[in-house]
Design a protein around this ligand. Sequence first.
Ligand SMILES: CC(C)(COP(=O)(O)OP(=O)(O)OC[C@H]1O[C@@H](n2cnc3c(N)ncnc32)[C@H](O)[C@@H]1OP(=O)(O)O)[C@@H](O)C(=O)NCCC(=O)NCCS
Length: 154
Amino acid sequence: MTFRLALAGPRDVPRMGQIMEAAFDPRFGEAWNSVQLGGAMAIADTWGQIGLEDDDPYGFSLTRRVIDEAELMLVAVLPRERGRGLGRRLVEGAMQKARQRGAHKIFLEVRDGNATALGLYESLGFSIAGRRQNYYNGAAGERFDAITMRRDLA
Ligand SMILES: CC(C)(COP(=O)(O)OP(=O)(O)OC[C@H]1O[C@@H](n2cnc3c(N)ncnc32)[C@H](O)[C@@H]1OP(=O)(O)O)[C@@H](O)C(=O)NCCC(=O)NCCS
């Protein structure tokens, strides 16, 4: 079975929230809560894409566009479904949709030390554009830097 992507609507927020809760390690403070997720999905030019296999949701992305720039805000895949290409498919799908919606470049923030995500983004042509110090608030009060990455969508 191969993955397919579907645009998410407001009714998908709870299952996106469940995936997010399972996917992100709470130690690092990268995850959002469902209220934040639902609020973001209601903003114009912000969209979610769900990765499905056989109609079961295994991952999602959240992206927004402002003028000609897109921001990939979240990508998450259930731990038991990782390493099968869904993360790559979600990022590619987000870039494709952003391009269709008029973005010429895409940015994202990733926690310094998140080797899997950094490896995924680099392999998809993203390069490091900067660092935001103490961007993430960890569960135990620690702070973690974010690496800003960008890629042209031409
Ligand atoms: C990041 C994440 C979305 C990747 O999902 P996935 O479905 O496992 O991704 P894929 O199977 O498509 O693997 C994509 C690439 O990740 C990279 N990768 C995977 N594991 C890696 C590791 N341990 N170290 C470095 N790179 C790694 C590789 O480039 C891999 O591509 P390849 O196997 O084709 O060479 C998933 O690990 C996840 O949900 N993590 C928690 C949430 C998160 O950190 N999100 C990103 C920040 S918002």
